[in-house]
Design a protein around this ligand. Structure first.
Ligand code: 5GP
Length: 192
């Protein structure tokens, strides 16, 4: 996606430990025009697949999933990171290890929002070490639902998430894959 690559090159900021900040269009301020193009591209990449719901994790996946869902005409369910009084007691859970925080946390979806008849598409902003996507897969598996695949906006190809997702048999479609970000310079993998 050339538009996305252009935006990353113009506005992305590389921070220590291989973190790419895209707050001006994806993670804080939202570029809705770009998000619509992202939604259309995911629709194209998963054309012909049966999808009944989009699954993401709060917070950063929600906006992308919501706009993408308009092109699939399906609801979005987002996994919650905090246990709250508002969340049903009956939940499916996944575990996510955060490398940045050095700890494992749980993500939860109320059982009433995923059934074994569902065909779920995971949508997320980044694929880095693959922990978020694997935690979401745990939820799908626990619900005995079908996982169609995962649509990722930015995959950091130099981290192990892509490999782990492949080993877990998840069909990943990443709109851009970053090969390296050495000295603040971003290089993309071609042909994705
Ligand atoms: P993973 O579990 O694949 O390591 O990444 C999980 C989450 O961490 C992503 O959904 C994203 O929210 C966040 N993340 C990972 N790497 C980056 C990054 O380079 N930049 C930003 N902004 N978020 C990231």
């Amino acid at each position: 996606m050339n538009l996305l690559k252009k935006k990353i090159l113009e506005e992305g900021r590389v921070e220590g430990e291989g973190i790419l900040k895209v707050d001006s269009f994806l993670n804080h301020q939202l570029d809705i025009e770009l998000l619509n193009e992202i939604g259309k591209e995911f629709k194209k990449r998963f054309e012909g697949k049966k999808i009944t719901k989009i699954l993401t994790a709060e917070v950063s996946g929600i906006a992308i999933a919501a706009i993408t869902a308009q092109y699939f005409n399906v609801p979005v369910v987002f996994a919650k990171k905090t246990e709250s009084k508002n969340l049903d007691k009956e939940t499916y859970e996944g575990e996510v290890y955060s490398y940045t925080k050095g700890k494992t946390y749980k993500i939860r979806v109320a059982k009433r929002y995923i059934s074994s008849d569902d065909h779920l598409l995971i949508i997320d902003d980044f694929l880095a070490n693959g922990q978020a996507i694997l935690g979401l897969k745990q939820i799908v598996d626990e619900a005995q639902a079908n996982l169609v695949g995962a649509g990722i906006v930015i995959e950091k190809g130099f981290q192990e998430g892509g490999k782990l997702a492949k080993e877990a048999n998840i069909h990943v479609e990443s709109l851009v894959i970053i090969k390296e970000m050495n000295c603040g310079k971003i290089a993309f993998e071609e042909n994705n």
